[in-house]
Design a protein around this ligand. Structure first.
Ligand code: ADP
Length: 445
């Protein structure tokens, strides 16, 4: 095992990583910005070091400072969490060059999967189906038009460096494509520092289904089942569930096989997620991207398999081998993202001070959070207050437990999305499990 772990993140994921490390007996060092002074993760770690001012660029994204803190505090490994530097190949390489372990895949693997156009090419080579579209990033509008003519409109223009649901534009015909091409490029350059874009057919009725994989340093890749993340707003996940209500046993096995193949094609190491869209009109599944980090919704897989995925990230980083057989999956689970947002007014972020924070408990309930009464929700970071994870024997039990748990959840001082989830659980499409990725936007309209 590593000697000491630097946790290069904040919020609920920093808390989550520190807890896993402590369970393994690994001492931790937390980092924080001025806005996070006194935050839970700084208290749970063995030591905490201030990085600087609140803006992430001046604190959590300061690679030089993080490497310096790791060295000064005797950390021989760095866990990046999600967001921030978690998918930055340059940071992963610098950590390794400094003689420490980056808890994640090798820098080259992050680089391939972080470029969505390159990732498409890599997995297509091993016969994992990708959404029809351009074979690579397009260098001009005529190439984009040619690719669109081949796969048919509507198409999505996607930033190859995109993430977080940003950097996507739908074009319904050639005129629209020509009109938005330059803008899409400029937006990509502005948001991701890379103006590379590619074309994908825009599928109208899809479910987002992703497969969790774990890969050790000895060449073994296992799959741990899928999560369905079709409840989305602006291409961002709002509720996730597992297993997917849209897959039968055969399709589930096919998808798992594709995910393992995709991971193997790039020599994957660590915890990763292979994302697919399932076309509800044709039944086809297509790879869309791979996330080379722990994901927000990882607890769904944990409650179904009984594995601690963050602990496994650390064990894999330390060289431990995976067991041959993936564990069986038990029951059904749903995760509700509780955000500090005013969902009745366009989901505007609602920073402020929590006066009440009283999460539910009881059978089948897990809440991953960094919040407590008095915590200040800063406008500088994402608005996630915590995640309510509900586990049960079957989907019906989960729906009943979720209603009960949400009715117990007290948040005051800031707006939260608890009420949105309560409303969703009264909707027939949600109860039946038939919603697609467009459902939430249309239901709210
Ligand atoms: P990001 O990296 O920003 O999360 P993704 O490529 O994972 O972007 O896509 C995010 C979401 O956008 C998907 O979950 C899905 O809802 C939607 N999406 C992506 N590609 C397509 C597509 N070709 N057709 C329809 N919807 C898509």
């Amino acid at each position: 095992m590593m000697r000491r772990l630097l946790v290069a993140n904040r919020g609920e994921i920093a808390v989550r990583v520190i807890r896993a490390a402590r369970d393994l007996g690994v001492p931790t060092v937390a980092v924080y910005s001025d806005a996070d002074r006194g935050a839970l993760h700084t208290e749970l770690a063995d030591r905490a070091v201030c990085l600087g001012p609140a803006p992430a660029g001046a604190s959590y994204l300061r690679q030089d400072l993080l490497l310096h803190v790791a060295e000064a505090t005797g950390c021989d490994a760095i866990h990046p969490g999600y967001g921030f530097l978690s998918e930055n190949p340059g940071f992963a390489a610098s950590v390794e060059e400094a003689g420490a372990t980056f808890v994640g895949p090798p820098a080259e693997v992050i680089a391939v999967m972080g470029d969505k156009a390159m990732a498409r090419k890599a997995v297509a080579k091993v016969d994992v189906p990708v959404v029809p579209g351009s074979p690579d990033a397009v260098s001009n509008v005529d190439e984009a038009v040619a690719a669109a003519a081949e796969c048919g409109y509507p198409v999505l223009l996607k930033a190859r460096a995109g993430g977080g649901g940003k950097g996507m534009r739908v074009a319904g015909d050639e005129d629209e494509l020509r009109e938005c091409f330059t803008l899409a490029r400029q937006e990509a350059a502005g948001a991701f520092g890379d103006d590379g874009i590619y074309v994908e057919k825009y599928l109208q009725r899809v479910r987002h289904v992703e497969v969790q994989v774990l890969a050790d340093r000895h060449g073994r890749v296992i799959e741990l089942g899928e999560r369905d993340c079709s409840m989305q707003r602006r291409h961002q996940k709002v509720v996730e569930e597992a297993p997917s209500p849209a897959l039968d046993a055969g399709r589930r096995q096919d998808l798992a096989g594709l995910a393992v193949r995709a991971a193997e094609s790039v020599g994957y190491v660590g915890a990763g997620t292979v994302e697919f869209v399932l076309d509800m009109d044709t039944g086809a599944v297509y790879f869309i991207e791979m996330n080379t980090r722990i994901q927000v919704e990882h607890p769904l897989t944990e409650v179904l398999t009984g594995l601690d995925l963050v602990a496994w990230q650390l064990r894999i980083a330390a060289g431990e081998a995976l067991q041959a057989d993936p564990p069986p999956r038990r029951g059904h689970a749903m995760e509700f993202r509780i955000n500090a947002e005013d969902w009745k007014r366009g989901f505007v972020p609602a920073p402020g001070t929590l006066t009440v924070f009283d999460p539910p408990a009881g059978p089948g309930i897990r809440v991953d959070t960094h919040c407590r009464p008095g915590a200040v929700i800063s406008p500088h970071y994402d608005s996630l207050l915590g995640k309510l994870i509900v586990h049960g024997a079957d989907r019906d039990e989960v729906l009943r437990r979720a209603r009960r748990a949400l009715s117990e959840f007290r948040v005051d001082g800031v707006h939260s999305t608890v009420g949105l989830h309560e409303w969703l659980l009264t909707q027939p499409e949600v109860v039946a499990g038939t919603y697609t990725t467009r459902y939430l936007t249309e239901a709210l309209a």
